[in-house]
Design a protein around this ligand. Structure first.
Ligand code: 5GP
Ligand code: MN
Length: 336
């Protein structure tokens, strides 16, 4: 592991830096990446953000978004940049499988790898880590990194603040999940003081959907939601046909699972989506129920206790059967 003082020294000279984040980036992934980008460019570094895949339009307004390179659109340029980097920042993930093929290039690279993340069980590919599962968002850890590890509080400008606010807002469920501590609110207050326009950011992220996405949500709630009161479990399943009919694009299914969890008494909610390549699961839970355990044990995934995901190589119907079949094992936890 690299000493903090060595990293500070490295960052005090202009470097070639790559920032990357997990595939299908969410608000925290993009907020953290562009937040760090907007900080590092002020220090004179050559910085590129490379995402493994594309990401929702409601995140494409973030300051300096046009500088982001999407690996699937520019694979050879991405590979070259990773190869030429002195430092690679890996944000909001801790296992290289989360960045698809990019993971191989990062693994092979001789660059210093810095992981900043808040997920359980880091794989250990990094040379330096700023990691805490108590952080509500990676963006919170980026703030901490800039202010307390790099002593660069004065470089939290409006662009940095806007990105970090977006990351914290989206990953904390708009400041309502249990890990939204007083400290988080202090950080958020400071980000607003540094120029983040909170009301505008909420609008850009949450009031930026297409008409068909809203109708898709209506379809999910009316026709696709099933409640299993016996297990305090609710599930929404989305087929390939649904995705086509409502012209669903990246990000349009985000947040849908939370509606299932909002039903009185429901402790576990699932969204199962039949994507082109495989069936994707998103699980959300309340309290102590370990949604990540189900994803890890049965669906090749993981995540946080209350928000986890995974995938299945079986078809949609078989995946549903499999998920339902594991519920009895968890019945005591679900009904207590
Ligand atoms: P979502 O349901 O929004 O896709 O993901 C919720 C959380 O679950 C993510 O923040 C991430 O921590 C975790 N997650 C989602 N998909 C996967 C996966 O395939 N593997 C792992 N390890 N974690 C996942
Ligand atoms: Mn996150």
């Amino acid at each position: 592991m690299l000493e903090l003082t060595r990293l500070q020294e490295l960052l005090n000279e202009p470097r070639q830096i790559v920032i990357t984040t997990h595939h299908k980036p969410d608000g925290d992934a993009m907020g953290s990446s562009l937040g760090l980008y907007n900080y590092l460019i002020q220090k004179g570094h050559q910085v590129r953000v490379i995402t493994p895949t594309d990401y929702p339009t409601f995140l494409q307004w973030l300051p300096n978004n046009p500088e982001v390179i999407i690996y699937t659109e520019k694979p050879s340029e991405s590979e070259k940049l990773v190869h030429a980097a002195d430092i690679i920042f890996c944000l909001d993930f801790n296992a290289l499988s989360r960045i698809n093929e990019l993971g191989n290039f990062v693994r092979e690279s001789s660059a210093v790898k810095v992981m900043i993340d808040h997920h359980l069980e880091p794989e250990g590919f990094d040379d330096f880590r700023h990691w805490s599962i108590n952080a509500c968002a990676t963006a919170q850890l980026i703030y901490d990194f800039i202010v307390n590890l790099m002593n660069d509080k004065e470089l939290i400008n409006k662009d940095v603040a806007t990105c970090l606010y977006t990351g914290i807002m989206t990953d904390s469920g708009s400041f309502r999940f249990p890990n939204t501590t007083a400290e988080v609110h202090h950080i958020v207050a400071d980000l607003i003081a540094c120029g983040a326009e909170n009301s505008k950011i909420h609008q850009m992220v949450y009031d930026n959907f297409s008409e068909s996405r809203l109708r898709f949500l209506g379809h999910c709630l009316l026709n696709k939601l099933e409640v299993f009161a016996e297990f305090n479990f609710a599930m929404i399943t989305v087929s390939k046909e649904d995705l086509e009919k409502f012209q669903i694009t990246t990000g349009d299914t985000e947040g849908v699972v939370n509606y299932a969890l909002s039903i009185n008494g429901i402790k576990l909610a699932a969204l199962i989506v039949e994507r082109k390549d495989r069936v994707k699961l998103s699980l959300r839970s309340t309290g102590e129920f370990p949604a990540n355990e189900i994803c890890k044990k049965f669906f090749n995934g993981g995540g946080h206790r209350n928000a986890a995901g995974g995938f299945s190589d079986e078809n949609l119907a078989d995946t549903i059967v499999k998920l339902k079949s594991v519920l009895p094992e968890y019945k005591t936890l679900l009904v207590q």
